[in-house]
Design a protein around this ligand. Structure first.
Ligand code: BTN
Length: 256
């Protein structure tokens, strides 16, 4: 049982010992009318999903596999702002609770010691010009042991435990994430600006100042990541020296 300190995010919290995917479950709940701020959390996922159709390994008892249902009045193109807000929340919470130096790899990975500790999967249901709901899912490797990662990601994945050297109580991290998320989300709704989240993403960015390889539609572009816009989009300097705005797409960062 969790003693909530928030009034919107997590005030309706649904826990599963095991489920296919908290994002799938959140989608069903949202369609069935679950209120904004509903949180779905599982101790294990049997069909955890990552971005780009990838699998997300979610072993029992060692991670935070969690999704939040949001119903903001947004245009579909703005959904990526929620990803930035989530990255800011997770990085800050991990730092506050464990003292680790969590960084943010734009747009949706949290990094410790150059390895991925958390991925974010934002999905939405939208009509032509407005969002019905957004599901933001986060998978955080908290007490996962390195050998539990699939062979092919072992060299690029890490856990909080691996970096701080001891197990961390997952509940403490969950509560801190929800607290910070609520703060940033309510501020975003009230002021219609995510500058607060973007400020955090900028401060903890491991992308800015580095060379990035941007892969979109079979095209690979090399560039320097220069800054984030106040909406959380990435500004790069391309090979011709011009500044370009990157809104989404798969971005992989070299040199981090
Ligand atoms: C990625 O980096 O590719 C995103 C990973 C997102 C994983 C989380 S775990 C909770 C939620 N439910 C899922 O099936 N996926 C997300």
């Amino acid at each position: 049982q969790i003693d909530m300190k928030t009034r919107l995010i997590g005030s309706n919290l649904i826990y599963y010992p095991s489920i296919d995917s908290t994002n799938n479950e959140a989608k069903k709940e949202a369609a069935a009318g679950a209120p904004e701020g509903t949180v779905i959390i599982a101790d294990e996922q049997t069909g955890g999903r990552g971005r780009l159709g990838r699998q997300w390994v979610s072993p029992k008892g060692t991670g935070i596999w969690m999704s939040i249902i949001l119903k903001p009045e947004l245009e579909p193109a703005e959904a990526a702002k929620i990803t930035q807000l989530t990255a800011a929340s997770v990085a800050t919470a991990l730092r506050n609770v464990t003292g680790c130096e969590a960084g943010i790899k734009w747009p949706n990975d949290i990094i410790i010691n150059k390895k991925k500790v958390c991925g974010i999967l934002t999905e939405m249901s939208a009509e032509l010009n407005s969002v019905n709901h957004i599901i933001v899912g986060m998978g955080i490797n908290v007490n996962v042991d390195p050998e539990e990662f699939p062979e092919e990601v072992r060299s690029i994945a890490t856990s909080v435990k691996e970096s701080v050297g001891h197990e961390i109580y997952r509940k403490e991290i969950v509560l801190e994430i929800l607290r910070i998320f609520e703060d940033l989300y309510l501020d975003f709704i009230r002021r219609k600006s995510i500058d607060k989240s973007v400020g955090i993403c900028r401060k903890y960015s491991v992308t800015l100042g580095n060379q990035v390889r941007i892969i979109s539609k079979d095209k690979v572009v090399y560039a320097e990541a220069v800054d984030l816009t106040e909406d959380g989009e990435l500004l790069i300097r391309n090979e011709a020296g011009e500044i370009e705005k990157i809104i989404s797409g798969e971005v992989s960062v070299r040199g981090v």
